[in-house]
Every structure is written in structure tokens, then in C-alpha cells.
Design a protein. Structure first.
Length: 304
């Protein structure tokens, strides 16, 4: 027997949209009508019940309650449904519409810290090396995507998880600012540092993002990667990740962040007692006038 079709008030959504005042922020006046229509249409499409709505509100509240300046659980929830990766793709493709070709971007993730220390070129971010850790020397040149000229004083901000799958702010056994640091490029545009060769790990299971993955019968794992933000005056900043080509989960990253151009191959390093592996990873940046969007995190104030 076919269930009867339920008719809802056809004027309700337009009524909500029309409540926006004439002095509303211009971008919000553009965004919010579309958001309201999609959210309302979603609720009608699935016949969302009050209990289900409240379960969703509880999940969002849980994410907010867990979030601190060291862990952004709300962002992680959007990651596991692919929203941040989709927004990253939109941002990058808008920027790529210019004539220049900058290094591909990737999602920020929930464990960036604004207060990472500046370290000397060639220094290690490994303040505590785990027994199963393998050290890699990572270097590269930052250049102008239009002229090809090297960029001096570009800031390369890097961070990664340890082999136990935890970032230092999650792990009381790791020293403060372990496996993170900022490096300034030299006259030749070069940066260099020692890090762990990245390994795969599960995203946290103790919050709403992990709970959502369990309810959807999905795994929690991310491929081995290193996060990077590159900032240089006069250039569009880049937030990205690099992925070890030999790590598992490249084809089914739990947050959908892997993309062409970000998979790298570590090589065996010789004559360096400090490292077993090495990687050359060059970065290109678009001048400010060449791109239309930036995906560097906003620490306060927001976009509006």
C-alpha cells in the first residue's frame, strides 16, 4: 500500500526568507536564502521528525562543547561528510581560473594551532621520536607561480600526528608543540626540516564525528599525511596536505581530502645519520591579483 503524500505549507520557506531585513550583510543576503531553501527542502524530503531534528541539534551541541583552540570538533564533523573537502575544491577551482597554477590546496583539519613556534631552517619538529618512528628530511623551494622566481621569507607552517595517531595537543605524553613548527624560506626560497615519515591513523572516536562514522558503518582512517600552510606577503596563502604514496587509505580517506598533485614519494636518504628518508616538495604561490580566494584559517572575527 502506498503511503499518502503529505502536503506541507508551500508558503512557509518564503516567509522565513522574507524576514531578512534590508540592512543584512550583502553576502549573507546571497547565501542564506539558498541555505534556508536547501535545509527546508531536505527536511521535507526525508519527513524529518522532531526526535531526529533534536538528535542532530544534540550532535552539533556536542561538537561545540568539545571544541577548543586545540581541537575543532565541529570542523571534523563537516570533514567526515565531505563538506570541507567540497568547499576546498570550490575555493581552489575558483583560484585556478586565473592564468597561474598554484600548488593544490587541501582541508585544514581540526588540529592546527595558531601559536606554533618558528624554528630554524633545517631544524627538526620531532621533539620526541617514538620508537617506531622513521625520520624524513623534507625540503623544497617556494616560487612565484607566474615568474618562477623564488620567494624569500615565505612562512611554511607544518604539523603532523605521531605514529600513535595523536597530535601533541591530544597526547599528554608528547611535549608541547611536538611535530609542528614554522619555517621561513631563505634567499633561494628554500625551506627545510626534519619530521616523521607520516603514517595512517584513525580520526578521534570520542566525539560526534566518530559517532557519525560508526552510525554510517564507515572506517575512521586517514592516510599518512603532513599538513602545510604557506604564507607570503603579496601572494595568496595556501592550506594543503601532502600524502605518502605508500600509505593505505589513499583511495578511501575518511575525510575525502586526497587529490591529484598532493601524493608524494619518499626516497631513501644517504649519508645523513639523522634521517632514513627524504622528500623534495616544491611549492608555487599565485600573486594576490592572480587568484580570487584564500583558504587560510581565520582565528577570530569570521568572514562577515
Amino acid at each position: 500500500m502506498t503511503a499518502p503524500k503529505i502536503e506541507y505549507d508551500p508558503a512557509f520557506t518564503d516567509l522565513v526568507i522574507a524576514a531578512t531585513g534590508p540592512k543584512a550583510h550583502p553576502r549573507l543576503k546571497e547565501i542564506m536564502p539558498a541555505l534556508i531553501r536547501h535545509v527546508h527542502d531536505f527536511a521535507r524530503e526525508v519527513n524529518l521528525t522532531t526526535d531526529e531534528y533534536m538528535a542532530g541539534v544534540t550532535l552539533l551541541n556536542w561538537a561545540g562543547q568539545m571544541s577548543t583552540d586545540r581541537r575543532n570538533e565541529g570542523q571534523l564533523v563537516t570533514d567526515v561528510i565531505g563538506l570541507e573537502s567540497l568547499v576546498d575544491e570550490i575555493t581552489y577551482k575558483l583560484a585556478a581560473a586565473s592564468a597561474s597554477s598554484a600548488t593544490p590546496s587541501a582541508i585544514l583539519g581540526p588540529f592546527w594551532r595558531h601559536d606554533a613556534p618558528t624554528r630554524q631552517n633545517g631544524e627538526s619538529i620531532c621533539l620526541a621520536v617514538p620508537s617506531d618512528g622513521q625520520i624524513a628530511h623534507i625540503t623544497g623551494i617556494v616560487t612565484d607561480a607566474v615568474s618562477g622566481q623564488p620567494l624569500k621569507n615565505a612562512v611554511v607552517d607544518v604539523w603532523q600526528a605521531s605514529t600513535n595517531g595523536l597530535y601533541e595537543q591530544q597526547d599528554p605524553d608528547q611535549p608541547e608543540h611536538n611535530l609542528r613548527g614554522k619555517f621561513c624560506t631563505d634567499e633561494a626560497g628554500r625551506y627545510a626540516f626534519y619530521a616523521l615519515r607520516p603514517t595512517e591513523y584513525p580520526i578521534p572516536s570520542d566525539g560526534p564525528a566518530g559517532k557519525l562514522l560508526d552510525l554510517l558503518d564507515r572506517h575512521h582512517y586517514r592516510p599518512g599525511h603532513i599538513h602545510i600552510i604557506i604564507i607570503c606577503e603579496g601572494y595568496k596563502s595556501i592550506t594543503t596536505q601532502i600524502f605518502d604514496s605508500e600509505t593505505p587509505y589513499l583511495n578511501n580517506d575518511s575525510v575525502f581530502a586526497v587529490k591529484d598533485g598532493l601524493t608524494v614519494k619518499f626516497q631513501s636518504r644517504k649519508d645523513d645519520p639523522r634521517a632514513q628518508w627524504e622528500l623534495e616538495y616544491n611549492i608555487t604561490m599565485a600573486p594576490v591579483g592572480e587568484a580570487v580566494a584564500s583558504n587560510v584559517p581565520i582565528t577570530s572575527g569570521g568572514a562577515f
